[in-house]
Design a protein around this ligand. Structure first.
Ligand code: AMP
Ligand code: MG
Length: 403
């Protein structure tokens, strides 16, 4: 253990992780499968958006100068519907074209009046414009996006709007990072799946379910295994199976200093540890290393800690492995509405509720902050990021990571 980085700072841990990224090849997928996937290359538009000058309103198109000093009566020369293939006739003096939203602007026209501000004669031959035409109701070719411009980038998560933009830009398929297959293994003699009868000393196993959610949230595939007893042999077997079947292994429990903390012991004796213990709270015990060539995070067993460590170490690691992108971590500045316990050496993450109704974002504790208290995490909007040395005093400010 002597050469293994031990009790590293948070930034040291991140630095070590960046030197061991997962290698996730590109695959091309149909757009209807693309939601929440992560782009592996920049994506340029194949067309201008809009493709041609078109109307933003249902109404009439005409020469602006024929609409000054309203009302003005104009001859209706044609009807232009979106998608009609016939080229519209040019607009002459004192003519107006009935035009629908998205239809191409006829040559000569430079203004639109919405139908609500127009009166059409009964025979449909003329229109009375009750107001001046609006030039800004013409959507100009390329005003949103120019052909060839890369609007989406390597590492971008494909949100509903960006999937739509892929289609707007003309891409039926998109290049994305292959999802990592991530093994999730809980360890502990005391753990039973929810639904089973518990003996006096047993508890329901929760981490593998919560971490499965986190893996999916991060855009990857979770492979949840049955929890493993605290036995070197059982653990070795399960890690071998997971290393065979998955790209990354996440264990929970068994990484502290206790006699039964066998993930740590097995990794020390037969694995390759890159760091063990990080100066963060909750969640100081984690380790990172390799089990027979497969990267492995040993997350703490306490449920709130394992969740926090996923967000603070595993999520950045996965983002780094996908072009620096992936699911966004949003941070906000919050003002402390009460005092919090902080530390001179540790980065401290308190579970907070944020009151957004005041002029500033106010942070309140969600209550007892024990690392086994999952309920206090459920109640939380965010985690504080108290740098070492922050006073934590009421009225001071800190960054918070939105959950
Ligand atoms: P450990 O890190 O193995 O010492 O576990 C720390 C604490 O977390 C103990 O109270 C365990 O019972 C609890 N724990 C460990 N793993 C889980 C799990 N998968 N689900 C719920 N609680 C757990
Ligand atoms: Mg344990």
């Amino acid at each position: 253990m002597s050469e293994t980085p031990y009790f590293v700072s948070y930034s040291e841990a991140l630095e070590i992780l960046t030197t061991h990224p997962l290698s996730l090849p590109t695959e091309h997928i149909r757009l209807d499968q693309a939601f929440n996937r992560i782009l592996s290359t920049d994506l340029a538009s194949k067309v201008d958006d809009p493709r041609f000058d078109n109307s933003a309103m249902d109404g009439f198109a005409f020469r602006y100068k024929d609409s000054v000093k309203p009302p003005n009566r104009l001859q209706i020369s044609q009807v232009i519907q979106a998608g009609f293939n016939d080229k519209p006739f040019p607009i002459e003096e004192n003519q107006a074209a009935r035009i629908m939203t998205g239809a191409p602007i006829p040559h000569g026209a430079d203004a639109i009046l919405p139908i609500e501000q127009c009166e059409v004669t009964d025979d449909g031959s003329t229109v009375l414009l009750l107001q001046e035409g609006k030039k800004h109701f013409i959507r100009k070719q390329g005003e949103n996006l120019r052909k060839g411009h890369a609007a989406l980038h390597r590492g971008d998560v494909l949100t509903p709007s960006s999937v739509g933009l892929c289609a707007t830009m003309g891409h039926p398929e998109v290049p994305v990072f292959t999802k990592a297959k991530i093994a999730i293994i809980s360890t502990g003699d005391e753990l039973r799946p929810p639904g089973q009868t518990l003996s006096d000393t047993e508890i329901y196993e929760s981490n593998s379910f919560g971490i499965t959610g986190l893996v999916k949230w991060a855009g990857h595939d979770a492979q949840r295994y049955d929890s493993v007893l605290d036995s070197m042999e059982a653990l070795r077997q399960k890690l071998d199976q997971a290393a065979e079947e998955c790209d990354l292994i996440l264990t929970s429990g068994g990484v502290s200093m206790g006699d039964w903390d066998l993930v740590r012991r097995l990794m020390e004796e037969e694995g390759d540890i890159k760091f063990w213990r990080v100066k963060i709270r909750p969640g100081s015990p984690p380790l990172f290393g390799y089990w027979k060539g497969t990267p492995l995070f040993g997350l703490p067993g306490n449920p709130a800690s394992s969740h926090v460590v996923f967000r603070m170490l595993v999520a950045p690691y996965l983002r780094h492995s996908t072009g620096g992108g992936g699911v966004h971590e949003r941070r906000v500045r919050v003002c402390l509405a009460e005092s919090f316990k902080t530390d001179d050496n540790f980065l401290i993450m308190r579970r907070i509720k944020i009151d957004t109704s005041a002029e500033k974002l106010l942070a309140y504790s969600t209550g007892y902050q024990g690392s086994g208290n999952l309920n206090s995490l459920v109640l939380a909007d965010a985690l504080t990021l108290f740098e070492p040395g922050h006073s934590g005093e009421k009225g001071t400010w800190c960054d918070a990571l939105l959950l």
